[in-house]
Design a protein around this ligand. Sequence first.
Ligand SMILES: [Fe+2]
Length: 207
Amino acid sequence: MLSQKYPFVLPPLGYANNAVEPAVDAQTMGIHHDRHHAAYVTNLNAAVQPQTALHGLTLGELLMGLRRWPPAVQTAIRNNGGGHANHALFWKLLSPGGAVAQVPSGRLAEMVARDFETVDACKAALKAAAVSQFGSGWAWLVKTATSRLAVRALPNQDSPLLEGELPIVGIDVWEHAYYLKYQNRRADYVDAILARINWDVAGDQVV
Ligand SMILES: [Fe+2]
């Protein structure tokens, strides 16, 4: 997804709207993908369309190089480019039913052991970041510029790529992600999401 260039395209969800129930109800999933994510893509295209010098750049390059682009387009790329990249990863991370890889393997497992000691400690740090993020934002497991794992709580649609960090796992804590089913019970939503994260997909993000 980070290799997409203008014009950007909404990726399919990859599963039915009800495939991640009961963690995510079908109505929320449909609105979240078909309206919220779609709007980020539409608004990103509208912002980048007049900036022909940026048309050859990938989504990842646009986010990592944000401060180098014309000031008029920086906020739109930050918000809508971030929204596009963040959600595209989120849909892939969610496991649509059945067995799910509950723990990382391979290189990611080694990094978790080195930087958190245990998988449970890593998940607990992610949950703490997700629950404590004030207002809209995301909790992230990232690979830092020095190839360590770290947890970040970032506001709005800020991508870890803005600071040169690679997103490995993201948990959307905007109210649009959970309010219909969970109302103010964000911690319950985060627990349900963490139980549906496919850690094999997370491992694929480590490069
Ligand atoms: Fe979202």
